[in-house]
Design a binder for this molecule. Structure first.
Ligand SMILES: [Zn+2]
Length: 118
């Protein structure tokens, strides 16, 4: 069984990540970038403490950071940006709801959702 106690310190700002809705780790797990094992072992971060990912969240409820430099959206291929925005935004929106769904963590990822009845 996965440990259910929330709360790890962010490796960037060292503050507590109080909710999985702020968790960069869970967001990346949901969009399929890390495995369930990495979810349990990788260092936690706030979504906003990982701006190169957070910049792709396009939602009125989320104030996405603006990134400068080679990883800025403006530097990337517009088609890739669109696909990335769609994926990361869907992942973020799912992240806001998974806790209330009462599903096992293994069913959090978008891919697991798509495998079921969509
Ligand atoms: Zn942080």
């Amino acid at each position: 069984m996965a440990k259910c106690d929330e709360g790890y310190h962010c490796e960037v700002c060292a503050k507590y990540v109080e909710s999985i809705t702020d968790s960069d780790l869970y967001l990346r797990y949901i969009i399929g970038e890390i495995s369930g094992h990495q979810l349990m072992t990788a260092p936690e971060r706030h979504i906003l403490c990982n701006p190169t990912l957070a910049q792709f969240i396009v939602d009125p409820e989320f104030a996405a950071p603006v990134v400068d430099g080679p990883f800025a959206k403006a530097e990337l291929d517009p088609d890739d940006v669109r696909k990335r925005e769609e994926l990361v935004t869907r992942g973020w929106e799912r992240l806001q709801t998974v806790r209330s769904l009462g599903i096992p963590i293994s069913e959090y990822p978008l891919a697991a959702m798509n495998a079921g009845n969509q």
